[in-house]
Structures are given as structure tokens and as C-alpha cells.
Ligand binder design. Structure first.
Ligand code: SAM
Length: 284
């Protein structure tokens, strides 16, 4: 595996982006709860199983998996973000789960403990520069018959929680989106189901199944809170950072106004989210 393939993502997640996510851990956990729960249900971790959680971030899913496998099992959370792993570690210590450990490592290149039963990820597996090589590396950590279960976002078009604020922000600044590589490492890199199936097959996985899972994403209790949330997490936060601080008030106003239009009668802003729940197995 080419070390440079993930260098950009590692620098981002181990820098300002990771620090922001670490600060917002509970808010982000709330946003993705239904998606993570659906992936955990598909994973169906059993007592005593040995699990890898890829891109475990602040540890929510790793902690849940550790509870499910119990004291006889083992869960290792891998992530490249020191700030997020610090949060994960503190939460794990508070939860008193000796079967749970974390490692700061690029999951696509790190030495992985062999013979794992389950490879899991909640939105942490779409950031590899060389996805087939990375997925093949992860598959080799599974025992023969071991399984993978993860959740990744479907197309931006079906994720208005992420795109509606971005569209409003772009319009406010008169920015026309440039066509970028839809498969580039990032939240939507695995959106194309045919490509995702091919990546997994090329990496040696069998029994590949993708199930669409849709759920509302609550951005905030009011349009203002939702705009604040959107400017902290998701594509519009990156757009605002690139536009610079002078444009932030304009962007904020535009996002708040757009979200006010779709807010419920009680002011709450809930927009659609859509993900793939993916399962596969290692034929050996
Ligand atoms: C969208 S966040 C998801 C975090 C967590 N799973 C959650 O659901 O809150 C993506 C995570 O993938 C991690 N990540 C990105 N590239 C990685 C790599 N090559 N190896 C391990 N983790 C990686 C990031 O640091 C980040 O924590």
C-alpha cells in the first residue's frame, strides 16, 4: 500500500477536522444514531467475537460492539485521528470495557491482528486513496467465513441534510459547483452501488449485499441551531472554511433562511439521509 495514498485524509482527520469532530462528539453521535444502529444490527456481533472497527472516530460504535461481544470478546478500534481517539479512549475508560482497545493507525496499511470474526465501520471506511488494496488488506484480517458490515452514505442527491445547506451557501455566494471526482476519498466515495460491489469483489469479498437505509437527520431544534450545526459538520462547513471568515455571515444567513423553509411547525429542522448498509464475507 502506497503511504501517500491516504496522506491528505490523514492530515485532515488528524488536524482541525478531527479536533472539530472531537469537540462535537455527542452532537454527531445524535445525528447518525439510526444509521449506526442499522449497521450494528446487520453486523449482529456475538458474545466472544473478535472485531475491528475501522475509522472508529470518537468510539461510539466500538463501545457498543464491546458491550455486545462481552468480556470474552475483543474489539480494536482503528483511526488516524489522535484527537478523536483521545475522546474514544476516555469514553471507553469510563465505560470500563477491558475488551476494548484503540490504535492510531492507517487501517489500510497497519499490521492487523489476524483471525477476526467481524470487520465493522460506521461511516469510517470511505476515505482510502486506493480502496481495493485497502479493502483487501482489511479482508485478510478476517478468518475464513468472517464477515464485514458497514454503513456508508448513498449519493449526495439523496442526502438533503448534507446538500440543502450547501446549495443555499453556494447560491448566496454565486458559486457554481465545479465537477469533482465523485469517487474521490470522502463521505460519498462509496455512493455508487455498482462501483462499491465491484470494489468489494475485487478485494476478494463474497456474499456482497447492499441494502438502502433511509432515515431523517435532525440538524437542529430551530433553523438557527440547524444552520450552526450545518456550518460545523458536513459539506457546507468545508465550503465556509474555504470561502473565508468574511463570507461566513452571508453563508450563515442563507443557510438559516433555506432551513427555515423546510422546518417543521415546531421549528425543528429534519432532512432526509440515505445510506447503504453493506455486508460481505471473506471466502478465505
Ligand atoms: C466520518 S468519520 C466517522 C467516525 C466514527 N466512525 C463515527 O461514526 O462517528 C470518519 C473517520 O474515519 C477515519 N479515517 C479516515 N481515514 C482513515 C484511515 N486510513 N484509517 C483509519 N481511519 C481513518 C477518520 O479519522 C474519522 O474518524
Amino acid at each position: 500500500m502506497d503511504d501517500a495514498a491516504n496522506a491528505e485524509q490523514i492530515a485532515e482527520w488528524n488536524g482541525v477536522l478531527g479536533e472539530r469532530w472531537a469537540t462535537l462528539q455527542s452532537e454527531i453521535d445524535d445525528i447518525v444514531v439510526p444509521f449506526g444502529a442499522a449497521a450494528l444490527q446487520a453486523a449482529a456481533a456475538q458474545p466472544g467475537e473478535r472485531v475491528l472497527d475501522i475509522g472508529c472516530g470518537c468510539g461510539a460504535s466500538a463501545i457498543e460492539l464491546a458491550r455486545q461481544v462481552g468480556a470474552q470478546g475483543a474489539v480494536l478500534g482503528l483511526d488516524v485521528s489522535r484527537p478523536m481517539l483521545d475522546v474514544a479512549q476516555a469514553r471507553a475508560e469510563a465505560a470500563r470495557l477491558p475488551q476494548l482497545a484503540f490504535s492510531e493507525a492507517d487501517a489500510s496499511a497497519a499490521d492487523l491482528p489476524p483471525g477476526r470474526d467481524l470487520l465493522f465501520s460506521r461511516f469510517g471506511i470511505m476515505f482510502f486513496g486506493a480502496p481495493v488494496a485497502a479493502l483487501a488488506h482489511l479482508r485478510r484480517a478476517l478468518r475464513t467465513g468472517g464477515r464485514a458490515a458497514f454503513v456508508c452514505w448513498r449519493t449526495p442527491r439523496d442526502n438533503p441534510w448534507a446538500m440543502a445547506p450547501l446549495v443555499a451557501a453556494r447560491a448566496a455566494l454565486g458559486v457554481t459547483p465545479v465537477r469533482s471526482d465523485p469517487h474521490a476519498p470522502g463521505p460519498f466515495a462509496f455512493a455508487d452501488d455498482a462501483r462499491l460491489r465491484a470494489l468489494l469483489a475485487d478485494a476478494g469479498f463474497g456474499a456482497i449485499a447492499l441494502h438502502r437505509f433511509d432515515a431523517p437527520v435532525t440538524l437542529g431544534a430551530t433553523p438557527r441551531l440547524a444552520a450552526e450545526s450545518a456550518l460545523r459538520v458536513g459539506p457546507v462547513s468545508r465550503f465556509a472554511a474555504e470561502a473565508g471568515p468574511a463570507q461566513r455571515p452571508t453563508i450563515f444567513d442563507a443557510v438559516e433562511r433555506a432551513l427555515a423553509v423546510v422546518a417543521g411547525a415546531d421549528g425543528r429542522v429534519q432532512l432526509g439521509g440515505s445510506a447503504w448498509i453493506v455486508s460481505a464475507s471473506n471466502p478465505g
